[in-house]
Design a protein around this ligand. Structure first.
Ligand code: SAM
Length: 312
């Protein structure tokens, strides 16, 4: 088993700016040999990697000829080359090379045990805030659930948006929970967040009827589609975080069925889903019979990706 990379932190290496620019230009030139991947994406990833592991700014990368003579880096130039090779030859996500990613205002630790939180999921937090403001019947905004917390991204977003609130997170991966816990400690949000190991609502028994909102980005990819995902995803991200069963709806179905027991009247459920699942998820919500004001929200590209419903 490969050792887990710890997130790179201190700028321990001083590298000649000139040598680094030579390496950078060469790495860009070599990208033209890549045939199956988007050059624009790889170029962006190369820049992201450099910015993440050095004290360079985006402006420095645009003004390479007048770049600083010495660059502070978290790895040597040789190790940078090895990391970039891993990106190209092993399809490793660039976030796995550094052990970090950016999500909303957070700089999060990630590992092979958690889904790398996606930009589209950032919108869920804004939808929760809107849904909370629009609920006339909510008694309080104190108790939240993040089901399938992974890196803890959604939980951190909820805890920040509702500073008086408590967030209960659940995941069936102990390794993921450990990552989420570390991320919550980094931001001093751990007093607000409880971490539970188990299956969906299993660890929340005793909290029935109390939640203001239940939020989840569950696994929703149909099993047979998994091998067609990009190798960066299929080969490196946990299938537990992706695989939603035959039609992709196993987890969503279970959460939709049980959430009303845990919501206070006027509380709401907000779910992320895959493109094309909106009609099926809406039907599940309607047929459950205990939801009202069922709404589907698009992501920033206009694709229906989120389902929202209030408990009657
Ligand atoms: C799509 S990932 C979402 C991770 C994170 N919330 C995010 O948005 O980036 C789904 C998460 O659900 C967890 N999960 C899968 N099956 C589960 C189950 N039966 N009970 C609890 N968590 C589960 C996975 O371990 C994974 O962390």
């Amino acid at each position: 088993m490969q050792p887990q990379r710890q997130p790179l932190r201190s700028n321990a290496f001083q590298v000649s700016g000139q040598r680094l620019w030579q390496w950078y230009q060469q790495a860009i030139a070599n990208l033209s040999q890549e045939q199956e991947r988007s050059l624009v994406d790889l170029r962006q990833e190369l820049d992201w990697l450099l910015l993440e592991i050095s004290n360079l700014t985006p402006l420095d990368l645009k003004l390479t000829p007048s770049a600083p003579p010495i660059v502070q880096m978290q790895v040597s130039l040789e190790e940078l080359q090895q990391l970039w090779q891993q990106r190209l030859t092993e399809n490793k996500p660039v976030q796995h090379l550094t052990g970090t990613t950016h999500w909303r205002q957070f700089h999060l630790q990630v590992s092979k045990d958690v889904l790398i939180p996606r930009p589209e999921t950032e919108l869920l937090i804004d939808l929760v805030v809107d849904a909370a403001q629009n609920s006339a019947r909510l008694d309080h905004l104190n108790l939240w659930a993040d089901l399938g917390t992974g890196s803890g991204a959604i939980a951190l977003g909820l805890a920040t948006a509702f500073p008086q609130g408590t967030v209960h997170t659940v995941d069936c991966s102990r390794e993921a929970l450990a990552v989420a816990q570390r991320n919550s400690q980094t931001y001093g949000l751990d007093p607000q967040i409880h971490f539970h190991w188990g299956q969906w609502f299993g660890p929340l028994v005793g909290l029935e009827g109390q939640f203001s909102g239940i939020v989840s980005n569950p696994p929703y990819i149909p099993t047979e589609i998994l091998p067609t995902l990009q190798p960066e995803v299929f080969e490196h991200e946990p299938h537990l975080a992706l695989d939603g069963g035959e039609d992709g709806l196993d987890a969503i179905q279970e959460i939709v069925a049980i959430a009303p027991q845990y919501l206070q009247p006027g509380g709401f459920l907000l779910l992320e889903m895959m493109c094309g699942q909106d009609a099926a998820v809406k039907t599940l919500l309607i047929n459950q019979g205990q939801y009202e004001q069922i709404q589907i929200h698009p992501d920033l590209a206009g694709i229906p990706r989120f389902a929202q419903a209030y408990r009657i």
